[in-house]
Design a binder for this molecule. Sequence first.
Ligand SMILES: Cc1cc2nc3c(=O)[nH]c(=O)nc-3n(C[C@H](O)[C@H](O)[C@H](O)COP(=O)(O)OP(=O)(O)OC[C@H]3O[C@@H](n4cnc5c(N)ncnc54)[C@H](O)[C@@H]3O)c2cc1C
Length: 384
Amino acid sequence: MALDLETRTQLIETVRRFVRERLVPLERQVSDEDAVPTDVVAEMRELGLFGLTIPVSYGGLELTMEEEVMIAQELGWTSPAFRSVVGTNVGIGSQGIVMDGRPEQKDYWLPKLASGEVVASFCLTEPEAGSDAASLRTTAIRHGDHYLVNGTKRYITNANKAGVFTLMARTDPSNKGAGGVSAFVVPSNLAGISIGKPEKKMGQQGAHICDVVFDNVKMPLECLLGEREGLGFKLAMRVLDRGRLHIAGVCVGVAERLIHECVEYAKTRRQFGKNLGEFQMIQSMLADCRTEAYAAKCMVMDAARKRDEKGAVTIEASCAKYFASEMVGRVADKAVQIFGGAGYVADYGIERFYRDVRIFRIYEGTSQIQQVVIAREMLAGRDV
Ligand SMILES: Cc1cc2nc3c(=O)[nH]c(=O)nc-3n(C[C@H](O)[C@H](O)[C@H](O)COP(=O)(O)OP(=O)(O)OC[C@H]3O[C@@H](n4cnc5c(N)ncnc54)[C@H](O)[C@@H]3O)c2cc1C
């Protein structure tokens, strides 16, 4: 159920203050140290940020999609690495359990995820299965009272901190497509699970991705998510529908931050005896940034409201993620241009955002995959 207006305004104000007063001053430190300080993570727990989307009955805030994207926009005002701390608990790591978990799975995991006591990660991608996720090769083969899991998952956000994985694995090796895949909720401490070293990335230092290797892991039958085997890929796609809207919201937030920085810079930096903002070519870039960010915001909010009203919004979620992630890339590029040399130099932070936003066009479905989804839905008569 939606929050009442006063509570919603209060929540947004609280997150806004936390982001701008507490997190923004730490951006450089987090990037340099490649770590979010533990006291900041504790404050995020206190604020309830880990449980934004988890039902109230399990200790979360149970935000509607509209409320969630509003918070995502607030979190986008700072380095996206901060959002990543809570991102998997709010989104791809927890939502499979919320959507398809059995009562005992929900009772056990959701309160821990809502409070941030446990971090969840989402294990779909593999070395040979990225965009073509339905071709995944990790197997979970039933042997009496357990499944035996073998395979490698790649680029898994927060894997090095995770207490639980939402795992997509093939339970029916004779079915090479989506129907052979099942979803599981797997404690990360089962014997045979190992975590790789965090990858060195282009941006978002402070957020980590690692391989997760399953080597003859004996996984209890109760780890299966959903009523029966074979529903895992569909579940993953439902989870990503929601995740794409969240990411689109973050993209709008980062664009707003960059626009703010550009406007402030254009008002004070002087060349040819004038402020940059007096040059029409600078104004043109500012206006393009504002127009695109506004368009993305309208799209995200509309898609989120539609999801709250009617459930699945596959095409709208893909349109929003596609447009917003490409938009923030263009805004970051213009921000570097408006800042000139300062845009390229680390001290000003603009180049960091430029690197940070690049991933938005890649994860939770690349831009090309969003285009594939959008066209597929249109051709199937499921247009917006
Ligand atoms: C920082 C980061 C965090 C991540 N977090 C997670 C996570 O938590 N969990 C998880 O499971 N995964 C995660 N991923 C993986 C991410 O979702 C994949 O990297 C992404 O889906 C793309 O897969 P790929 O890297 O294998 O690229 P590929 O699929 O190999 O794609 C390479 C290129 O080919 C294009 N392409 C592929 N197929 C088509 C097609 N049919 N038509 C047109 N073009 C196509 C792609 O768009 C891309 O441009 C993360 C990745 C990164 C880098």
